[in-house]
Design a protein around this ligand. Structure first.
Ligand code: PXG
Length: 465
């Protein structure tokens, strides 16, 4: 078999999948019993499954297909590059044109002081690079003890030992010996769930000042870096209050702590600028990139590094790298993606067309009796579900039960919305049109109505005491 066969009956594909394929973040036995959904193709913002359903993908795959599915230009570039040079490494005094051009293009697009790129195959790998790079930076400067990293609870930075440890997902830490030593987590700026009676502004300041308290507890001479997503994605699209990031920036500058902005979701137009750091007013030393860098057409990630850190790292041998660092096919595909984003003015589309239309649709959805508000930044959003709008109450049953019910009803209505706990997540391809946003709204209302009816029927619309 030279190419995957696309015409086996669904049941056979499901049986083969269950027999041989171990899915990430999945209880595979349960999935086998439920039957996996087989996705066959994609065009624009729509997916087609093996039963022929046309599903609107309001998650861009996994927050990544920014330019939409099915772009012929991406295919052409990949095939040309595969013929010309499918692989060569960048380890031993060699380089190649796609890696050179992509690094230069990223330096042009990134904020002024960020001019150097270390490539990886994914966001997780890039964050492992960052962990070693900031520690090496301080060690080279004569401060090897300045090695601790501060991150946040409920952050997502990847699934490898380093990135998973920097992430703040406790259910990940429970398996396999994470977090590794030297990583600390402070609370997240989630006003909706944790702000209580405070104003968002006061809450934002209070949460930022937890960073200062943690730095003082550890000693500023021990803290290498603070890592955070400009807007938390996998944690539930948590848009920080306006006071949060300016205070974080002040604290990091005061205590000489590097800032790693994890732009894996926020980068490449998702928040309306090239990078979420610009949207949030952050001046990072390193930005983690992946996902939207290639719109998911090829696996590639990296770290965009500031002049100051690069100068120190470039002066030593940094014993780190991946076979596929700067992979020529992936780099060529990423370059083509950046060309499309620029030539088709997709950021203007986000800011003037799709963003406002999505905002309007979310305002309608936020009126639904099951929805307790909305968190939105550009083209990423979440709708927290609640049994009681006024008090932002949680449900009486285990967190995620209602979110999961809603996700299943979205799928049944040919819509992909992911759930994080009891929040519904929206992060569609940036190229989505207002007409497609109307379809999204109609299907989302139907899914919310269906969830609401099911909750009423089962007497589950109860708040936790
Ligand atoms: N940083 C951030 C901010 C991410 O969102 C990573 C790093 C890791 O990237 P890789 O390419 O190694 O996966 C991510 C990935 C979800 C979900 O369910 C989110 C991610 C990955 C898988 C699932 O929301 N984000």
């Amino acid at each position: 078999m030279s190419t995957p066969t696309n015409h086996m009956p669904t049941a056979e594909l499901q049986a083969l999948d269950a027999a041989h394929h171990m899915h990430p973040f999945t209880t595979n036995d349960e999935l086998r019993d439920r039957g996996v959904r087989v996705i066959k193709s994609g065009k624009g913002v729509f997916l087609k499954d093996s039963e022929g359903n046309q599903i609107l993908d309001a998650m861009s795959g996994l927050w990544c297909v920014n330019i939409g599915y099915g772009r012929q230009e991406m295919v052409d570039v990949a095939s040309r590059q595969m013929l010309e040079l499918p692989f060569y490494n960048t380890f031993f005094n060699t380089t190649h044109t796609p890696a050179i051009e992509l690094a230069a293009e990223l330096a042009k697009l990134a904020p002024d002081h960020l001019n150097h790129v270390f490539f990886a195959g994914s966001g997780s790998e890039a964050n492992d690079t960052n962990l070693r790079m900031v520690r090496t930076y301080w060690a080279q400067k004569g401060h090897p003890e300045k090695s601790h990293i501060i991150s946040r609870k409920n952050a997502y930075h990847g699934s490898t030992m380093g990135s998973g440890s920097m992430g703040g997902m406790t259910y990940m830490h429970e398996q396999g010996g994470m977090p590794i030593p030297g990583i600390h987590h402070i609370n997240q700026p989630d006003w909706w769930a944790e702000g209580g009676d405070m104003t968002p502004e006061d809450f934002g300041l209070a949460r930022a000042r937890e960073l200062e308290a943690k730095i003082e507890e550890l000693g500023a001479d021990k803290v290498a870096a603070f890592i955070a997503e400009p807007v938390q994605g996998a944690g539930g699209v948590i848009v920080p209050p306006s006071t949060y990031w300016p205070e974080i920036q002040r604290i990091c500058e005061k205590h000489n702590v590097l800032i790693i902005a994890d732009e894996v979701i926020c980068g490449f137009g998702r928040t309306g600028n090239w990078f979420g750091s610009t949207t949030m007013g952050i001046k990072p030393h390193i930005m983690t990139i992946a996902k939207g860098l290639s719109s998911g057409y090829a696996p590639i990630g990296g770290s965009i590094v500031c002049d100051e850190v690069a100068e120190v790292i470039n002066a030593c041998e940094f014993n780190h790298g991946y076979t596929y660092s700067g992979h020529p096919v992936c780099a060529a595909v990423a370059l083509e993606n950046l060309r499309i984003l620029q030539e088709e003015n997709i950021l203007d589309h986000v800011n003037n067309v799709a963003g406002p239309a999505l905002h309007a649709a979310l305002e309608v959805l936020a009126e639904h009796p099951l929805v307790g508000g909305m968190n939105v930044c550009g083209m990423m959003a979440s709708l927290p579900l609640t049994p009681h709008k006024e008090t932002r109450a949680k449900f009486a049953m285990e967190a995620g039960t209602v979110g999961f019910m809603c996700r299943e009803r979205c799928f049944a209505n040919d819509l992909v919305m992911r759930h994080v706990g009891d929040r519904m997540i929206i992060s569609p391809p940036l190229v989505i049109t207002p007409e497609e946003i109307d379809i999204f709204q109609t299907r989302a209302v139907k899914a919310l109505d269906d969830t609401y009816s099911a909750l009423m029927e089962k007497d589950m619309l109860k708040a936790a005491s």
